[in-house]
Design a protein around this ligand. Structure first.
Ligand code: ADP
Length: 190
């Protein structure tokens, strides 16, 4: 299996690029943010809980997120691999993912970080707010909070993969096509 963690701050382009990687490599795209939003839309118990955190730009608790992620992975029979987008976002999630993949005789192949500077991120999120309808993109205070949470809790997760020799950085600035090409060449080297 080819299991990629696509990593980067909010607005780095993980969702956009995931679509392209799915087409080229036949992987399953698992975005925890998308799963939470689908649950919010469906007014499930999980959705109600997740919304109370997401609207403030906070992380949904690890226990809930890990359980949800596992049940998503288990839905697929003989997958070629996964693109984990928005997961793991804490060290506890990274440990849980390692253990869980081990149980199914698999592992993470590589974490790929999309590198984008903060000013550019804020511009992208503000633009996305105009057409995405995402509450968490509309309020600059919530955006700032997501960036702070990213710095404090999520950015350190890359050390987890660096230690395992499974970390690659890709420049996330430029046209969408250029970034896709950079990702393809990084992945083809694995
Ligand atoms: P972005 O990367 O643009 O912030 P996402 O769609 O990945 O957006 O996530 C939106 C929100 O969903 C996050 O701010 C957080 O509240 C919640 N969320 C998503 N993934 C996780 C996760 N792995 N752990 C905890 N909360 C998560």
């Amino acid at each position: 299996m080819l299991n990629l963690v696509l990593f980067g701050p909010p607005g780095a382009g993980k969702g956009t690029q995931s679509t392209r990687l799915v087409e080229k490599y036949g992987l399953i795209h698992l975005s925890t943010g998308d799963v939470f939003r689908a649950n919010i839309k469906g007014e499930t118990e999980l959705g109600v809980l997740a919304k109370s955190y997401m609207d403030k730009g906070q992380l949904v608790p690890d226990e809930v997120t890990i359980k949800m992620l596992k049940s998503e992975v288990m839905k697929y029979e003989n997958p070629k691999g996964f693109i984990f987008d928005g997961f793991p976002r804490t060290n506890a999630q990274a440990d849980a993912l390692d253990h869980f993949l081990e149980e199914i005789d698999s592992s993470i192949s590589q974490m790929i970080s999309l590198d984008v500077e903060e000013e550019e991120l804020k511009t992208r999120l503000a633009n996305r707010a105009k057409d995405s309808g995402r509450v968490d993109d509309a309020d600059p205070k919530v955006i700032q909070n997501r960036i702070s949470v990213y710095r404090a809790e999520t950015a350190p997760v890359k050390e987890h993969y660096k230690k395992q020799g499974k970390w690659t950085k890709v420049d996330g600035l430029g046209s969408i096509d250029d970034i896709t090409e950079r990702l393809f060449s990084a992945i083809d080297k694995l």
